[in-house]
Design a protein around this ligand. Structure first.
Ligand code: ATP
Length: 251
C-alpha cells in the first residue's frame, strides 16, 4: 500500500450522476466510506442501489462526478484485487457447471496471472475461505445444488479468498436462512475489524443496527448518511420510501 492509499477513503463517490437513456438513476449521489466500517445501503426498488454498486465497481462511468477506491481508479482497484462484489442471486447462472470450490477459486484469478494455474497458496486461501463460511463439506458440489444461504456464503468466500479490502454485497440476506445470515454477518464484522470496508444493500432494516456501523438512505441521491438508529427513524424512511408513517393503520 502506498502513502496515498493509506490515508485515502476506501470508497469516495462524489456527485455521481448516471442516466440509462432518459432514466435518471443517480442524481449527484455522494458516498464516502472509511476503513473498518460496515455500511448499510437502504432504498426502495429502483432507487439506484445496483447502479451505485456498478458505479463503484467501475462498470458504469458516471456522467458527472468522480469515483475513487482506496485513492485510485475503480478499474485499477479491481485489477489489484482490492474490490470484490457479491451480486444479487438473480444475476448468477446457477446451472453453470462449476463447483463451489471453483467459484471460490475465481476470487484468486487476479493474482494467478494469465495461466490461471492455482498454486499451493491459492488452494490454501480457498480452503481457508470455505472453512470460514462453513462450506468445506460442500466444496465439490455444483454451485446450483446449494441452498440460497449456502450460495451466498460461497460468494462471500470468493471475496475472502480474493483478500479484498472492500466488499460490496447486493442483497446478501434475500432468501437466506438464519444460520447463513449469522455466518455472513459475523464474517463481515471480522472483515471490518481487520480494517476492511463493507457496503451492503439490504431490505432487512431490522438487522441493520446490529450489522452496520452506518446507514445510507438512497433515492437517486444520498438523502441521509449516519448512525443506523438515526437514519432508520420512521420519518427518514418515509422520505426514502415515500410513505407517511403517520398514516400507517389508516389514520
Ligand atoms: N439497464 C437499464 N436500462 C434502463 N433503465 C435501467 C437499467 N438499469 C436500471 N434502470 C433503471 O434505473 C433506475 C435505478 O435502477 P437500479 O437497478 O439501480 O435500482 P435498485 O435500487 O438497485 O433497485 P432494486 O432494489 O429493485 O434492485 C430504475 O428506475 C431502473 O428501472
Amino acid at each position: 500500500m502506498n502513502a496515498k492509499q493509506s490515508t485515502a477513503l476506501a470508497i469516495d463517490v462524489t456527485g455521481a450522476t448516471v442516466h440509462y437513456g432518459p432514466v435518471l438513476a443517480l442524481d449527484h449521489a455522494s458516498l464516502q466510506l472509511g476503513r473498518g466500517r460496515v455500511c448499510g445501503l437502504v432504498g426502495m426498488n429502483g432507487s439506484g442501489k445496483s447502479t451505485l454498486f456498478k458505479t463503484i465497481m467501475g462498470q458504469i462511468k458516471p456522467d458527472t462526478g468522480s469515483v475513487r477506491i482506496n485513492g485510485t481508479d475503480p478499474l485499477q482497484a479491481r485489477k489489484s484485487g482490492q474490490l470484490a462484489y457479491v451480486p444479487q442471486s438473480e444475476a448468477v447462472d446457477w446451472s453453470f457447471p462449476i463447483s463451489v470450490r471453483e467459484v471460490v477459486m475465481t476470487g484468486r484469478y487476479g493474482q494467478m496471472g494469465w495461466t490461471r494455474r492455482a498454486k499451493k497458496k491459492d488452494h490454501a486461501a480457498v480452503d481457508e475461505a470455505l472453512e470460514r463460511v462453513e462450506l468445506a463439506n460442500f466444496a465439490d458440489r455444483q454451485i446450483g445444488q446449494l441452498s440460497g444461504g449456502q450460495k451466498k456464503r460461497a460468494f462471500v468466500a470468493r471475496c475472502i479468498a480474493q483478500g479484498a479490502s472492500i466488499m460490496l454485497l447486493d442483497e446478501p440476506f434475500a432468501g437466506v436462512d438464519k444460520r447463513s445470515e449469522a455466518t455472513i454477518t459475523k464474517l463481515l464484522r471480522e472483515v471490518a475489524d481487520d480494517g476492511g470496508s463493507v457496503l451492503i444493500s439490504t431490505h432487512d432494516l431490522h438487522a441493520l443496527p446490529e450489522l452496520a456501523d452506518e446507514a445510507v438512505l438512497l433515492m437517486r441521491k444520498v438523502l441521509m448518511h449516519g448512525d443506523p438508529d438515526v437514519v432508520l427513524q420512521a420519518e427518514n424512511l418515509a422520505l426514502a420510501f415515500g410513505l407517511d408513517p403517520m398514516k400507517r393503520g389508516g389514520k
